[in-house]
Design a protein around this ligand. Sequence first.
Ligand code: HEM
Ligand code: NAG
Ligand code: NAG
Ligand code: NAG
Ligand code: NAG
Ligand code: NAG
Ligand code: NAG
Ligand code: NAG
Ligand code: NAG
Ligand code: NAG
Ligand code: NAG
Ligand code: NAG
Length: 327
Amino acid sequence: MFSSISFLAILLSISFLLLHRSEAQLNSTFYSSTCPNVSNIVQGVIQQALQSDPRIGASLIRLHFHDCFVQGCDASLLLDNNGTIRSEKDSGPNTNSTRGFNVVDNIKTAVESSCPGVVSCADILALSAEASVSLAGGPSWNVLLGRRDSRTANQAGANNSIPAPTESLSNLTAKFSAVGLNTTDLVALSGAHTFGRAQCRLFSNRLYNFSGTGNPDPTLNTTYLSTLRQICPQNGSGFPVTNLDPTTPDTFDNNYFSNLQNNQGLLQSDQELFSTSGASTISIVNLFSSNQSAFFASFVQSMINMGNISPLTGSNGEIRSNCRQVN
Ligand code: HEM
Ligand SMILES: *[C@@H]1O[C@H](CO)[C@@H](O)[C@H](O)[C@H]1NC(C)=O
Ligand SMILES: *[C@@H]1O[C@H](CO)[C@@H](O)[C@H](O)[C@H]1NC(C)=O
Ligand SMILES: *[C@@H]1O[C@H](CO)[C@@H](O)[C@H](O)[C@H]1NC(C)=O
Ligand SMILES: *[C@@H]1O[C@H](CO)[C@@H](O)[C@H](O)[C@H]1NC(C)=O
Ligand SMILES: *[C@@H]1O[C@H](CO)[C@@H](O)[C@H](O)[C@H]1NC(C)=O
Ligand SMILES: *[C@@H]1O[C@H](CO)[C@@H](O)[C@H](O)[C@H]1NC(C)=O
Ligand SMILES: *[C@@H]1O[C@H](CO)[C@@H](O)[C@H](O)[C@H]1NC(C)=O
Ligand SMILES: *[C@@H]1O[C@H](CO)[C@@H](O)[C@H](O)[C@H]1NC(C)=O
Ligand SMILES: *[C@@H]1O[C@H](CO)[C@@H](O)[C@H](O)[C@H]1NC(C)=O
Ligand SMILES: *[C@@H]1O[C@H](CO)[C@@H](O)[C@H](O)[C@H]1NC(C)=O
Ligand SMILES: *[C@@H]1O[C@H](CO)[C@@H](O)[C@H](O)[C@H]1NC(C)=O
């Protein structure tokens, strides 16, 4: 008697949750009547920006990643310091590193002039990620939309949740798992390091005295090591940058994975996917290296998975009119 009542209560709450969840689903037609041209507008501004900055697409997809890993894909990353807001831009992983915020502002301005007050900054980041990949020769996909923007930022969350390049593979796996992403997602999404740049200070631990051994990282190709030592002298500033993919620096392809097989991963976090003894990620690297279509298909699925991390939907959050401030 008692148990059948609680059974009914559980059943009711499950169906309520399911209903509630289905209301919160993102979909690719969210702006089809309110801003039908939004994808083209976003793509047009990025195409323009690429003319003077071939790196900008890489910088933009990274913003979507750093947004989604901190309280979900809600554009919390874009908020500037302001009284109560402690900007995520000043967190360890973002300071002096994330870039492209002015281009996001330009995209927002272009979108607002066609469809005022309709498109969220969080969706602009998701659309920008797709446009950047496809303009660099990677896959295209239908971006799921309908996210709304947060009224808060979480600087401590950015410090704690965004993976660092010196972390162990098990820590990387744990940080992805914490946001619902598995090891296939980890390997596929790391493939975004097929374009863009990284600063010496984020990998120089590998070049001279790795983990206090007095030697470089043994998993670093010695020819590549010599090149990197020239770009990043031992007592240099750490600010010079080099290509994450030394073979095809601005093209979105699967060379990232053959680089790992050649011990030419730039970041420790890259090379670990292939060089950690016994790791389940090795066979995924080998698959993506041998079959670019398999990489592209997984990358698209994993971008959708990442884009689905805890979005604000319905009447939660807001549509910011300026991506840098709450309304
Ligand atoms: C697996 C964990 C990851 C770690 C530890 C990591 C770390 C880094 C680091 C240290 C940089 C260089 C930043 C700088 O020099 O200022 C970087 C750049 C970059 N990351 Fe990641 N990343 C990871 C995953 C991802 C994911 C999931 C994406 C996107 C799907 C991504 C996309 C990029 C891109 C495109 C760049 C180049 C950005 C530019 O040139 O401005 N990364 N990453
Ligand atoms: C897309 O999502 C919105 C908001 O949840 C909803 O109003 C709309 O009907 C959905 N469209 C489709 C095709 O499911
Ligand atoms: C859509 O946007 C693109 C890029 O801004 C523009 O070239 C095109 O004319 C627009 N199309 C419509 C139907 O507004
Ligand atoms: C950012 O970089 C500049 C040099 O480009 C440096 O002077 C400053 O200390 C750096 N800030 C932080 C927080 O690392
Ligand atoms: C986040 O890290 C940065 C730099 O590492 C530090 O200055 C800041 O105080 C940290 N913020 C929080 C809220 O922990
Ligand atoms: C892995 O995470 C643990 C717990 O957060 C931390 O103590 C440890 O320093 C991390 N290891 C590496 C190599 O980053
Ligand atoms: C990760 O999740 C995807 C679904 O998004 C699934 O196809 C894949 O097999 C999973 N990978 C692992 C290693 O569990
Ligand atoms: C390498 O680092 C360790 C620990 O930080 C230090 O004790 C050692 O002297 C360094 N070796 C060299 C050759 O710089
Ligand atoms: C770098 O600095 C350390 C100590 O500050 C010094 O021992 C070393 O000789 C310097 N190396 C180079 C290549 O200048
Ligand atoms: C080092 O990289 C070169 C390509 O530049 C490659 O031919 C060689 O096999 C790599 N060596 C190792 C040990 O991976
Ligand atoms: C490569 O991967 C694609 C997509 O998963 C698959 O359809 C195709 O059969 C694979 N090709 C080879 C040669 O294995
Ligand atoms: C904080 O943001 C509000 C709008 O949200 C703006 O009116 C105000 O000028 C900002 N204050 C500062 C100090 O930037």
